[in-house]
Design a protein around this ligand. Structure first.
Ligand code: IPE
Ligand code: IPE
Ligand code: MG
Length: 254
């Protein structure tokens, strides 16, 4: 199933977000502040992923998308990159069975061709095993970049279409070729760690998401912090270009 752009419909603002997307940032600074190696922050970050996945499932949130490794993160020291890859492998080994038992569907999106064959196999198997689960769809963005996503969508779409009609494609057609076409656009975007930027995360899909920034480093993020972000989201009026009066009338009517 694909979802049309959220800009076409107005969800009630007091509702729970259907889709939360998070940039998990601040692992390195969390560790440095404790005189620990940066890796200790990444390891603690994996524990927080487990807890936040559970918390989202408990709250009935349908989609959780986590930015784990960006297209640009290859620029980090080789040692940190290889430690992150190893951590990804161990997390999959340890968590996929549990996730499956909890009814979680796992997706990994990004340019996976750059990962080693073992990791690619693990990803394919984990996705296959959990494909029919319906509690929560957890998407891990790995070697993902928003620009990569738009580019690969355009290329895929043009390769499928015939040359005469291909220039007339619509927004919806393009959206259906994005790596996360199976999910609605994020209602709530959270970035931990104090930076207020997108860092090439979901560029297309964040067009009308509500943004929430917290100084809290990802290893310190918890259920309480998640609830604060959701509470902030619920106070926003999502207008999607309309006036406030139009939104109030629409809510009264429904
Ligand atoms: C986020 O934490 C995790 C990844 C990008 C893999 P960082 O490693 O960016 O932590 P800081 O921003 O250096 O503190
Ligand atoms: C964004 O964090 C990517 C992930 C969390 C995976 P970065 O720490 O890499 O972002 P910048 O470099 O500060 O923009
Ligand atoms: Mg960072």
């Amino acid at each position: 199933m694909t979802h049309s752009s959220s800009t076409l419909s107005v969800p009630s603002s007091a509702a729970m977000p259907k889709h939360i997307a998070i940039i998990m940032d601040g692992n390195g600074r969390w560790a440095t502040r404790r005189f620990l190696p940066r890796f200790a922050g990444h390891a603690k970050g994996v524990d927080v992923v487990r807890k936040i996945v559970e918390a989202c499932a408990d709250r009935g949130i349908g989609y959780l998308t986590l930015f784990a490794f960006s297209s640009e993160n290859w620029r980090r020291p080789e040692e940190e990159v290889s430690l992150l890859m190893r951590l990804f492998v161990t997390a999959l080994e340890r968590e996929v069975g549990k996730m499956h038992n909890n009814g979680i569907r796992l997706k990994v999106v990004g340019d996976l061709s750059r990962f080693d064959a073992k990791l690619q196999d693990m990803i394919v198997n984990a996705e296959r095993k959990t494909a029919n689960n319906s509690n929560l769809t957890l998407t891990i963005c790995a070697n993902y970049g928003g620009r990569w996503d738009v580019m690969q969508a355009v290329k895929k779409m043009l390769a499928e279409g015939d040359a005469t009609t291909s220039a007339n494609f619509t927004e919806d057609e393009l959206a259906q070729h994005l790596a996360m076409a199976y999910a609605p656009e994020p209602d709530l975007f959270i970035r931990t760690g104090g930076e207020q930027r997108i860092s090439n995360f979901l560029l297309w899909q964040l067009a009308y998401s509500e943004f929430y920034f917290t100084e809290t480093y990802w290893p310190d993020f918890d259920d309480g912090e998640l609830d604060k972000a959701i509470a902030s989201f619920q106070l926003r009026e999502r207008r999607f270009g309309r006036t406030s009066d139009q939104i109030v009338k629409k809510q009264k009517a429904s």
